[in-house]
Ligand binder design. Structure first.
Ligand code: PEP
Ligand code: MN
Length: 275
């Protein structure tokens, strides 16, 4: 398996613009669930930059449960992301939902996200193996660790080893939280694979009050970083407002992420020695 961590092999560093995922310091991508307007995105981008995250996330093509929910601004959203990158220098991470859209999305984005609902879209995975851009591969809603690693294997096998795995919670019987964030899987996959692993506590819990503690817990479990939904005004968000951090909470979280970075470095060494 190309995804497998061989004895003594260090974590692969994935480069996204000027950001590095899998190195000594935790990497953070933050931003709104969806690109909604120029005003909203630029406000979010300035906030994300001020907090010290390295990458801006935001969906232009949204996989929504209901066909009547906001589907994203599509190419106009990609243009706004490019404008935000121009102003802030942040690298852009955004979702691509189908193989046919890869050339368009790749022409704007620095990293291409495969959403949970598409983790086993094998045509998409094969296309991303040849797209020449780093890939963020979210764990499927009910995918096992083995299925998740096989999905990553498709991308590596097609010629692209710049893949970051993202634990975003799985379906369980629990309904209080939107999903169950599987931190055991993070520690396990860090041992099994040389690919960097990040955690998305926003979708992983669905509740903003749990995002801070789950981010720190994920770093303690060995995660190489986090994906955090933030919004300049979550009450007005068109998508995922209840799990999005407002400005002050995001800034406080980033302070603690920096503090944790030092412990993180030690933890990472331990994990890499363990295999
Ligand atoms: C998202 O990142 O906004 C998203 C739709 O995530 P997921 O695919 O994990 O549900
Ligand atoms: Mn979302």
């Amino acid at each position: 398996m190309l995804t497998q961590r061989k004895t003594g092999q260090v974590t692969t560093i994935v480069r996204v613009g000027n950001a590095r995922i899998g190195g000594a310091q935790p990497a953070v991508m933050a931003g709104p669930c969806a690109v909604e307007s120029r005003e909203q995105l630029l406000a979010a981008a300035r906030l994300v930059k001020a907090g010290g995250a390295q990458m801006l996330r935001g969906g232009a093509f949204k996989p929504r449960t209901s066909p009547y929910a906001f589907q994203g601004l599509e190419e106009q959203g990609l243009q706004l992301l490019a404008e935000a990158r121009e102003e802030t220098g942040l690298a852009i991470v955004t979702e691509v939902m189908e193989a046919a859209a890869v050339p368009l999305v790749a022409s704007y984005a620095d990293m291409l996200q495969v959403g949970a609902r598409n983790m086993q879209n094998f045509a998409l995975l094969k296309t991303l193996g040849k797209a020449g851009k780093p890939v963020l591969l979210k764990r499927g809603l009910s995918a096992t660790i083995e299925e998740w690693l096989y999905a990553a294997e498709y991308i590596l096998e097609a010629g692209n080893n710049q893949v970051v795995l993202c634990e975003r919670g799985i379906r369980t019987f629990e309904t209080y939280t939107r999903n169950t964030l599987d931190l055991g899987a993070v520690a396990a996959v860090k041992g099994l694979s040389h690919l960097p692993v990040i955690v998305d506590p926003s979708h992983g819990t669905g509740r903003r009050e749990l995002v801070h503690s789950m981010t720190l817990a994920a770093l303690a479990a060995g995660a190489d970083g986090a994906l955090i939904e933030v919004h300049p005004c979550p009450e007005e968000a068109l998508c995922d407002g209840p799990q999005s951090l407002p400005p002050m909470e995001y800034l406080e979280l980033m302070d603690d992420v920096r503090f944790f970075g030092r412990l993180h470095k030690r933890g990472r060494r331990g994990l890499e020695k363990a295999v």
